[in-house]
Ligand binder design. Structure first.
Ligand code: AKB
Length: 337
């Protein structure tokens, strides 16, 4: 008998931490957590098993396929946008080939179980590429401006399409083809701010870095201009969105990939908010032109109407309540410790 599990790749990452905590709180601890590094001590008691390994290792995936019955895959492993620009080939390998490997595993599982496997893929606003007119545009919907300007954005957009293909058309000429064996669901995340973890290798890292630096009494050089605006949300809302989308009835969903957003302060407005709570905060600007150009290619605001209508997406936190009820209390508590 194969063990029934939920597979989470990139389990040690920011979203992995939040998701494992949340699934555990809901009684779902039959998790096989895969990561390049040993599973972090803060989550290792909340999973069934931890596996150290690479999503590019086909033998490892074959082993998972033969030893476990996988009902759901949360495929979180990825190289983020800034990191990917430094190593585009490697990013393509991890972000695209890695995702293809996981999609194949999901299809194999669905065939052997004779049922549906759910697959969650975190996409990103990096799939958008807009020109100089960013400030004058209204909210951008899922179908507009899909012309990414980064390797990471290209990878995410293509993998969304790979997921849709595997869900609806993969092996369509084969006798055992069944559309719907793979239930592929994806969210295009904005920047995410966690009070507990600090991201690495992303281009939206400037807001999380700014508040974590202030909380630790450290000076921060923000790598984008003060007037730089893009959508953000806090981690609890990001995790809740994953849980809600994955729990939604399939017939409610009119598409596979959804935008979601919560607030979109400029870097300067966010710095002012940080100073309200940490009056000593030393925040300066040391613009990195290349990272600036990446954020400039991302929308200032996105249209998440489809998520609101189809599966009742509604963020719990706006900018003020995010500071008051989540970021400040949690971050302060963390660094006091
Ligand atoms: C990044 O900055 O690369 C990510 C993203 C916006 O997807 N946080």
């Amino acid at each position: 008998m194969r063990k029934k599990i939920i597979l989470i790749t990139g389990a040690n990452g920011e979203i992995g931490h939040g998701l494992i905590n949340s699934l555990y709180a809901k009684g779902m601890d039959n998790i096989l957590a895969l990561d390049l590094h040993p599973i972090s001590s803060s989550i290792k008691d909340k999973i069934l098993e931890g596996l150290i390994g690479n999503i590019l290792d086909k033998n490892l995936l074959e082993q998972i396929n033969s030893e476990y019955e996988v009902s759901t895959i949360y495929h979180l492993a990825a190289l983020l946008s800034t990191r990917a620009e430094f190593s585009p080939q490697m990013a393509h390998e991890v972000n695209v080939t890695g995702t293809l490997n996981l999609l194949s595993l999901a299809v194999d599982q669905a065939k052997s179980i004779g049922g549906r496997v759910k697959f969650f893929f975190p996409s990103s606003i990096a799939v958008y590429g807009i020109g100089k007119s960013k400030g004058s545009l209204g909210p951008i919907s899922e179908t507009e401006y899909c012309h990414p300007q980064t390797m990471y954005g290209c990878n995410k957009l293509y993998c969304e399409n790979l997921g849709i293909y595997h869900a609806n058309y993969y092996h369509r000429l084969a006798d055992d083809f069944k559309s719907g064996h793979l239930d592929f669901r994806s969210i295009r995340f904005p920047g995410i701010i966690s009070a507990v973890t600090i991201p690495t290798g992303g281009t939206s890292d400037f807001l999380p870095e700014m508040i974590h630096a202030a909380a630790q009494g450290q000076k921060y050089d923000c790598f984008v201009r003060k007037d730089t605006r893009m959508p953000f949300m806090v981690m609890p809302d990001a995790i809740q969105a994953i849980i809600d989308l994955m729990a939604a009835d399939k017939f409610q969903l009119s598409q596979h990939v959804y935008n979601i957003g919560a607030f979109n302060p400029s870097a300067g407005e966010f710095a002012d908010k940080v100073r309200e709570h940490y009056p000593e905060a030393e925040i300066h600007n040391a613009i990195n032109g290349k990272r600036q150009s990446i954020v400039d290619s991302w929308p200032a605001q996105i249209d998440d109407e489809k998520a609101r209508t189809d599966w009742s997406w509604s963020p719990k936190f706006d900018l003020d309540s995010a500071f008051k009820n989540y970021l400040i209390p949690k971050i302060t508590q963390q660094y006091e410790r």
